[in-house]
Write a protein that binds this ligand. Structure first.
Ligand code: FES
Ligand code: MG
Length: 580
């Protein structure tokens, strides 16, 4: 054993390292799995935190992924222990997978802290599984490495590529406008998700995979290798080998997840045209490790960055092409060479800096990963808005918006909640034109509850029939990373928490100024105060028991990452008392 190894005191030895009643109990029950005695003699025990579930189709291939991680762990002299955690599937889980992101993070945190493990491999894929597992692991601050499940192959319809999620929004609008047949709409279903993996657009899953890689929490190329590509399994194997070394190096998450790492990730989010959901998830992860990220960091670090990755929903291609073009290392190289990677020396899980990993990364396709001087969007990033309608901020993704609407004044059409929207939008007598602003209330963290992805409200059918493709939409909801439009999201405070969004009325004039970072309701301060004072109790059925009640009572607003107030911060991995 090397000198370095001798210095590290394994956490798992607190369970398995003593020849007494406790050591007997901890070892004996484990031995019912056929584990020989020598496995307990000082090998690093590596948890494989698995979000496998057949109800999370994007993560349904994770048992195979875990097998490859195990091979790597064993090869490097560790001992793998796989364990399940709550699996947040975006496609099936109602009312929204966001409601249980924090629940999953608690599951992860307590599973790690209470169990004999020295480090953890986080198997993530579908949107919320990535932040949930990073949040939980960060609160324990153990060595951790992210292994993502990888994106699906390109979707196909009638010989052409279609992108996960984005195609659904597009085809649904087209079928409503009478542009395609119901037959084609239904035919798209089978070709849309034709392999294992996560959404193949630059939606939230791909975005969060890119965030994990740019934060330095995964090996290079983790974000983009397709789920069914053999190289995905090689990466899983290598990650298993590497996590064992990380134990001996005591390379904990707090050494990786620094403020510098988050600033790199914000810059990368702009370069890839990433999801607005990253604003919430990065804030929540940062909060767990003691990094105070502000909404304005997104303006300061992110804005002005060219979007160079030409992927749907902002651009043309899909994750398969992104990997073949060079993947995230190629983007990091582009940024670094252009002086746009703020912290090249940020440490990553392989023990090298981000720049050491990427400075000579090959770039195979300038169409997919464009040069900085031929960007998809010159000024990418997330636009942070403030004003009397969003005192604690709101967000808009310029690369998904229509340039002609990014400075706009319009008459508000107000929906009290999502149900009201769904019925009212269909009213043929609704007095609406393309210059109006659709405003929806009570879809925030407390109001929905769970802040569902309903912010990209579909347009009124009569305007779709006229060929209108976009309108300004404003709400306290989120939107899917696969969606698009001039959509103002995450208005904080939300209507349910007393935010001014709740006092907007039909006919009010709302003004949006992306360049100026403003979102305002054109009423006087007196009028605002009067309306707030006279504000009617909002009639939303708040949950009276169960997890949803805890959620509504303790969830923080969007600008604070929607974590629970009592979960913010790292609580470390001190070994708890014996259980018997
Ligand atoms: Fe799972 Fe998109 S629904 S990644
Ligand atoms: Mg999504």
């Amino acid at each position: 054993m090397s000198e370095e190894k001798k210095k590290v005191k394994l956490r798992s030895a607190e369970w398995f390292g003593t020849q007494d009643k406790n050591g007997f109990m901890y070892r004996s029950w484990m031995k019912n799995q056929g584990i020989p005695d020598h496995e307990f003699q000082g090998k690093p025990i590596i948890g494989i935190c698995n979000t496998w579930s057949e109800l999370t189709p994007c993560n349904a291939h994770f048992r195979k992924l875990a097998e490859h991680v195990k091979k790597g762990i064993i090869e490097a002299g560790g001992w793998p222990v796989e364990f399940p955690v709550f699996s947040n599937g975006e496609s099936n889980l109602r009312p929204t997978a966001m409601l249980t992101r924090n629940l999953a993070s608690m599951d992860v945190e307590e599973s790690i802290r209470g169990n004999p493990m020295d480090a953890v491999v986080l198997l993530v894929g579908c949107d919320k599984t990535t932040p949930a597992l990073l949040m939980g692991a960060a609160s324990c601050d153990v060595p951790a490495i992210v292994v993502t499940g990888g994106p699906m192959l390109n979707g196909k319809l009638n010989g052409k590529s279609i992108g996960s999620g984005t195609a659904v929004w597009q085809l649904h609008e087209q079928v409503k406008a009478g542009e395609i047949s119901m037959h084609d709409f239904l035919a798209a279903e089978a070709g849309h998700s034709r392999s294992a993996g996560t959404c193949n657009t630059m939606g939230t899953a791909s975005t969060m995979a890119c965030m994990a890689e740019s934060l330095g929490t995964s090996l290079p190329h983790n974000a983009a290798i397709p789920a069914v590509d053999a190289r995905r399994y090689v990466l899983a194997h290598m990650s298993g080998m590497r996590i064992v070394e990380m134990v001996w190096e005591d390379l904990r998450l707090s050494k990786i997840l620094t403020r510098e790492a988050f600033e790199n990730a914000i810059r990368v989010n702009a370069a890839i045209g990433g999801s607005t959901n990253a604003v919430i998830h990065l804030k929540a992860i940062a909060g767990r490790i003691g990094v105070d990220l502000e909404l304005e960091d997104w303006t300061r670090v992110g804005r002005g960055t060219p979007t160079v990755v030409d992927l749907l929903p902002s651009g043309r291609f899909l994750m398969e092409e992104f990997y073949y073009a060079g993947g995230l290392p190629a983007v990091l190289r582009r940024l670094g060479e252009g002086g746009l990677l703020p912290h090249k020396d940020a440490l990553t899980v392989n023990g090298k800096t981000l720049w050491e990993n990427t400075h000579d990364a090959p770039i195979y396709d300038d169409e997919v990963i464009r040069p900085l001087d031929k960007p998809l969007i010159a000024d990418g990033g997330i636009c942070i808005l403030r004003g009397n309608l969003a005192p604690r901020g709101a967000v808009l993704k310029p690369s998904a918006a229509s340039p002609h609407l990014m400075q706009h004044r319009g008459r508000a059409i107000v929906f009290e909640d999502f149900d009201h929207y769904k019925t009212r939008i269909l009213d043929p007598d609704l007095d609406v034109d393309e210059n109006c602003v659709l405003v929806m209330k009570n879809c925030g963290p407390k109001g929905y509850p769970g802040m569902a992805e309903v912010g990209n409200m579909g347009l009124p059918p009569k305007l779709l029939a006229k060929g209108i493709k976009d309108m300004v939409r404003i709400s306290d909801a989120r939107m899917s990373g696969t969606a698009y439009g001039t959509v103002v999201l995450h208005v904080a405070p939300e209507a349910m928490a007393g935010g001014p969004l709740g006092i907007v009325r039909d006919g009010d004039i709302v003004s949006l100024d992306c360049a100026g970072g403003r979102l305002d309701l054109e009423i006087t301060d007196e009028e605002m105060a009067q309306r707030q004072a006279a504000r009617a109790e909002v009639k939303v059925d708040l949950p009276k028991s169960g997890y949803a009640q805890l959620y509504v009572e303790r969830v923080l607003q969007a600008d604070e990452g929607c974590d629970f107030d009592f979960l913010v911060g790292s609580r470390g991995s001190a070994v708890p008392k014996h259980s018997h």
